[in-house]
Write a protein that binds this ligand. Structure first.
Ligand code: ADP
Ligand code: SF4
Length: 700
């Protein structure tokens, strides 16, 4: 099957200064959590996207000087010869597939704390960048840059550009977004300067213009020079001779950069979760840019639909379709469109687990694509699996995310797979969770897998089939995989975080009760110490149905962990819109049918919240009765010829859907093979050469 003629425009080349992108699929800079400490992991991760057809592949933020140090977050560096070698692994890998490699040169300004270097952060006027995320908070305020500092940063940018060219990059960035140094010069609140770098928009843009100019002087003959700029805040400010300061910035810089990479200002709006924001959400902010420059424009918007991409190009919004999350969820998205296989796209669900990986300081994890970050470590390719030498009959019990992914992987390996679930639909926890406010896109986890499984002749799917030991022994498969999930409990913890037993009662509920249609009555308290999305979204769900709800948690904020996925501010906004009182720093002590007794986490002061029902969203434990029962009958299992019984996903260790999918994929890859001595290959930094690695000479 070939490319749908409607989508052919996506495969046109685009000139970016002296280089040409082979198509319009542009993997914009995004954090990988890999840094120069894991250069091979990073190179393979990026290469896989080039192999899948992305025409441009960029790094994440890459520091030009130790005075831009985001430790302990996993940022990249381009400081010396070792760094050049580390990046060259990626550029060579990307070039093997005919794609261009871009580097996001970066100076963090006042929004980094320089925890490792202990150098004072640099800023236009000594105004600190405030953070609401404890990981970003620090106790070192920035110094005001003097003229020498300004010329130093310009020098580092030029040197960084030359190192980037030596490393083999084709596109070199100037970064003026997301609170970092260039951006701080653009906003008058951070830039109080009275010299030629402060005051009017012309003056505030000057530093960014000079960054672009020194980059062009350094490498402009060989490399495209891109400007990445956040426009949300500037778009909201009226301009003097244009509708907004964002318009004025683009007009002033016009044709200075070779490419405009335009984005939003803060992580929650730039990389918004699907729970609160749809595809293409940046358009109202960035739609004007192309009208004020002749240079190509790239932007993002969690694009997974080729029709939306084509529409952006035809309507003159973008020239290049930027993707970060869509490229993680499906590195082969462009290839699938080119080959007319759009129905095989593994669409990003917008859960932002990938973002949480960066906040956690670990290589990127993805709910939809379990191979993300595992390309080199475990040798997993997103589109290829090793065929089984001898196909076996595998019975998988449970068709949630783990069971579906395991069935898909085993099916692709050529095994004869039977997937059975007791429910009336496949999807496990998602059959309920997809109905909760904002979570419908999450069902792509199920849709993608079921779509593939239904097309596989070696896979049989059975619903409304509750399997016990007798049924399994009767079926006598070669192998059994249990993906029976987990259940929520009514277990509570003390203020010392010690389990204090269950709080049971007729009017005590868990999310499982609500999933089963057993709704609380009357005023209800949702007590959440799971801290991820469930407590908050269930509260929204109950409030939407007219149940008066109070949300209480021992944490400092509602759905506290969602700070990691950029959702936290929007969770609070959603609860506030529903008039839900949010009570923090409380443990739940008792419930007498009339009121719940809460105790303050730190002072133990007690308070009573009148309510008729309590929903506890706390600890999940594996639903593993079947596993336990199989353990008690080993002779029958052996007599039936069953060679192994494994657990995956929540049945093994309850967690986020991303963990269940990874667990199902892992067993699918490894079933029947010798378990490796170490779970994954260990990468090492490149430190074996002198830092004065020779620069690649400039082209004449
Ligand atoms: P995970 O996230 O690990 O995939 P889920 O809870 O989403 O787990 O899915 C578990 C699935 O297993 C549910 O759809 C449930 O109906 C099914 N299940 C649990 N026990 C049995 C059983 N004994 N027989 C068949 N299906 C089962
Ligand atoms: Fe998309 Fe979620 Fe994967 Fe991130 S983790 S790429 S948001 S599916």
């Amino acid at each position: 099957m070939g490319c749908n003629p409607r989508y052919e425009v996506l495969f046109e080349p685009v000139r970016i200064g002296p280089v040409t992108a082979p198509n319009r699929f542009y993997q914009v800079p995004h954090a990988s959590g890999m840094t120069n400490a894991l250069p091979r992991v990073r190179a393979k991760f990026r290469e896989t996207k080039a192999e899948g057809g992305w025409g441009v592949i960029c790094t994440g933020a890459c520091s030009i000087d130790p005075s831009s140090d985001d430790a302990p977050l996993p940022y990249a560096t381009l400081w010396d010869g070792n760094d050049i070698r580390a990046h060259a692994l990626m550029t060579e890998a990307v070039h093997r597939h005919g794609s261009l490699a871009g580097v996001e040169l970066w100076h963090g300004g006042a929004s980094v704390m320089n925890r490792a270097s202990r150098l004072p952060p640099l800023s236009p006027s000594g105004i600190p960048w405030m953070a609401t995320h404890v990981g970003f908070m620090g106790n070192l305020r920035p110094k005001t840059m003097d003229r020498a500092d300004i010329s130093d940063v310009l020098k580092w940018q030029a040197e960084g550009a030359r190192k980037a060219r030596t490393a083999g990059f084709d596109i070199v960035y100037v970064y003026a977004g997301m609170g970092y140094l260039g951006y701080e010069f653009l906003l008058p609140e951070y830039n109080h300067r009275t010299d030629e770098y402060g005051g009017s928009i012309e003056n505030r843009v000057r530093f960014v213009r000079e960054l672009i100019e020194v980059t062009k002087d350094a490498v402009g003959k060989d490399c495209g020079v891109a400007l990445r700029v956040s426009l949300e805040e500037l778009r909201a400010r009226p301009g003097r001779n244009q509708p907004s300061e964002a318009h004025e910035l683009v007009e002033l810089l016009g044709d200075v950069p070779d490419l405009f990479d335009v984005k939003m200002d803060s992580s929650p709006t730039d990389c918004s979760a699907s729970r609160f924001t749809g595809e293409g959400s940046h358009e109202p902010v960035i739609d004007f840019v192309k009208s004020l420059t002749k240079k190509p424009v790239v932007g993002v918007g969690r694009f997974t639909s080729p029709d939306t991409m084509v529409s952006q190009i035809r309507r003159g919004v973008l020239d290049l379709i930027g993707g970060a999350r869509p490229s993680i969820a499906d590195p082969f998205l462009p290839a699938k469109i080119r080959e007319g296989r759009e129905d095989e796209i593994r669409e990003c669900i917008g859960c932002n687990i990938c973002i949480s990986s960066w906040h956690d300081g670990v290589p990127v994890r993805c709910t939809q694509n379990p191979t993300a970050g595992e390309e080199w470590r475990r040798g997993w390719h997103p589109e290829r699996v090793e065929r089984a030498a001898a196909p076996e009959r595998v019975l998988i019990v449970g068709g949630g995310p783990a069971g579906l992914e395991c069935a898909l992987t085993l099916g692709r390996r050529g095994h004869r797979v039977t997937l059975a679930d007791s429910g009336s639909a496949f999807g496990g926890r998602l059959t309920f969770e997809k109905t909760l406010p904002g979570l419908s896109a999450w069902n792509r986890v199920v849709d993608y897998r079921l779509g593939r499984l239904k097309a596989m002749p070696n896979v049989e799917l059975f619903l409304e089939s509750t399997l016990g030991v007798d049924e399994i022994v009767d079926l006598a498969p070669d192998r059994v995989v249990l993906a029976t999930g987990a259940r929520w409990t009514t277990m509570l913890y003390s203020a010392m975080e010690i389990p204090v037993g269950r709080l049971d009662g007729e009017k005590i509920f868990t999310p499982d009760d609500i999933a089963a249609g057993r709704l609380p009555e009357g005023p209800t308290l949702v007590f959440d110490f799971d801290n991820y999305y469930m407590g908050g979204v269930l509260t929204e769900h109950l409030a939407a149905q007219g149940v008066p709800v109070t949300y209480a948690t021992p944490a400092g904020q509602a759905s506290a962990w969602t700070i990691m996925t950029n959702e936290l501010p929007l969770v609070h906004r959603a609860l506030s819109r529903r008039n839900v009182p949010v009570v923090t720093l409380q443990t739940l002590k008792a419930f007498d049918g009339e009121a719940a007794t809460l105790s303050h986490l730190f002072t133990s002061e007690e308070s009573r919240v009148p309510c008729r029902s309590v929903v506890i969203v706390g600890l999940r434990l594996p639903r593993d009765e079947l596993f336990q029962a199989l353990e008690t009958r080993p002779e029958e299992i052996a007599a039936a010829g069953i060679r192994s019984v494994d657990r995956i996903g929540d049945a093994l260790a309850p967690g986020a859907i991303a963990h269940a999918v990874h667990s199902g994929h892992k067993l699918g890859r490894e079933l029947g093979l010798a378990v490796p001595a170490r779970p994954y290959r260990r990468d090492m930094p490149i430190v074996d050469i002198a830092p004065d690695f020779p620069m690649r000479p400039a082209a004449e």
